[in-house]
Structures are given as structure tokens and as C-alpha cells.
Write a protein that binds this ligand. Structure first.
Ligand SMILES: C[S@@+](CC[C@H](N)C(=O)[O-])C[C@H]1O[C@@H](n2cnc3c(N)ncnc32)[C@H](O)[C@@H]1O
Length: 207
């Protein structure tokens, strides 16, 4: 098991019980996402955590395949989906690296609070670009710590070594938007809620 999987397994129970930090912003992100969804669409969610967002979007698309590196997160997500009798979301324990999706087959990819937690956001964004159909939508919300909390560059490696932080990359909003654009996406929408460190981005793969 990787150290990332161990970290997230350890906190999965606590994570599932934590309230959303900014409910109004979360609801707005759900609504913006929903404006892009149609009943015939297939969606992938990477780093789905305990599954709340996939479950919330389930009634608006045909299928959602949601993955997470943590088997504990996936266990909680599956039991929530069972409790709510949701049958159109499949949850799978998998890293993003191990996820295999045929090129140009997916309508929407969601990546919420995950791009700052991977070794290379560029590799992940390129992978998402490949799996999307032309005209497909990539929706992300990403902590851009480099803008206001650049000191995390020093703390992150120590925190990871000591086990109180996961793998954490520090970059700015500009770095993020550049990476999305360089992968070939057109940025349709960006929103940086006041005081938040997460930047919400909707990007489209050109037709
Ligand atoms: C901050 S949580 C976000 C969870 C959920 N997307 C949300 O917005 O509440 C990050 C999630 O990404 C997962 N994760 C971290 N690295 C991953 C990787 N390389 N592949 C797949 N999932 C990963 C963790 O297990 C955790 O559930």
C-alpha cells in the first residue's frame, strides 16, 4: 500500500463526518456542474473521497464511475450509495495512474480537491484530456496554496515525511490555469470564492 493510500485510509472515517467547510460555495459548485450535465452522459470522478458529490450528481447523468486511492473512502462511499439506493454510480478503489479509460469516451470528468495531491497535475490533466470526448467537460476545484500560503512548500515535505500531511504540491492559480490551457482545454468558467484557497475551474475540450 502506498503512503498516500495509508494517509487517506487513516482519516477516512473522520473525513466522512466533517461538515463541508463552506456549504454555500459547495452548493454553487454543484449547481454550476449540473448546468453541464445531461441524462445521456457518462462521467468519471477522480479522488471521489466518500462519494457525496458523485451521489449528488447521480440523478442528472446516465453513469458515474468514481475512483479513489483509499479503500476506506470507497467502502464509505459504497455504503452511502447503497443506503440511498443509488445504482448508477460505480465506486472503485484505484489510483489515478492505474485508471484505464479508452480515449475519447467520457463526457465529463470531475476532479475535486485532488490536483494538488498528485505528483504531476500536468500528467493527470493530460490523462483527463485523453479520456474526454471532443466537447467534453473537465471540472476541478483545486487548492492553490502558492498564492497565499507559499510557506507550505517548506512544510509539505516535512509533513509528508512525518505522516501528518499527504503528498501535497504547492502552486499558484496561474500555474493551475496555465496547465489546464497547455493541455489543450478552453477555460469556460473560473471562480475563486473570497477567502478560499480552492479555485473552481470548468474547462472544455475543443470539438
Ligand atoms: C481532499 S480529498 C477530496 C475528496 C472529494 N473529492 C471531496 O471533494 O470531498 C482527496 C481524495 O483524493 C484521494 N486521492 C489522493 N491521491 C489519489 C490518487 N493518486 N488517486 C486517486 N485518489 C487519490 C484521497 O484518498 C482522498 O479521498
Amino acid at each position: 500500500m502506498t503512503s498516500s493510500a495509508k494517509f487517506w485510509d487513516k482519516i477516512a472515517d473522520k473525513y466522512s463526518k466533517q461538515p463541508v467547510s463552506d456549504e454555500a460555495a459547495y452548493q454553487k459548485k454543484l449547481q454550476i456542474t449540473r448546468d453541464y450535465l445531461r441524462p445521456d452522459m457518462e462521467m468519471i470522478e477522480i479522488g471521489c473521497g466518500t462519494g457525496s458529490t458523485a451521489i449528488a450528481h447521480a440523478p442528472f447523468v446516465k453513469l458515474i464511475h468514481a475512483i479513489d486511492i483509499s479503500s476506506k473512502m470507497i467502502e464509505i462511499a459504497k455504503s452511502k450509495a447503497n443506503a440511498e439506493k443509488i445504482t448508477t454510480v460505480t465506486f472503485e478503489q484505484s489510483t489515478i495512474d492505474d485508471l484505464r479509460v479508452p480515449d475519447q469516451t467520457i463526457d465529463v470528468v470531475l476532479a475535486l480537491s485532488i490536483l494538488h495531491l498528485v505528483e504531476s497535475k500536468e500528467d493527470v490533466i493530460a490523462k483527463i484530456h485523453n479520456m474526454l470526448k471532443p466537447g467534453g467537460i473537465f471540472i476541478s476545484s483545486t487548492a492553490c496554496l502558492g498564492d497565499k500560503m507559499g510557506f507550505f512548500k517548506l512544510i509539505a515535505p516535512v509533513g509528508k515525511f512525518l505522516g501528518f500531511l499527504p503528498l501535497l504540491k504547492v502552486f499558484t492559480k496561474k500555474d493551475l490555469l496555465d496547465s489546464v490551457a497547455k493541455a489543450g482545454f478552453l477555460i469556460e468558467h473560473q471562480w475563486h470564492p473570497e477567502k478560499a484557497i480552492a479555485v473552481f475551474v470548468v474547462a472544455k475540450k475543443p470539438e
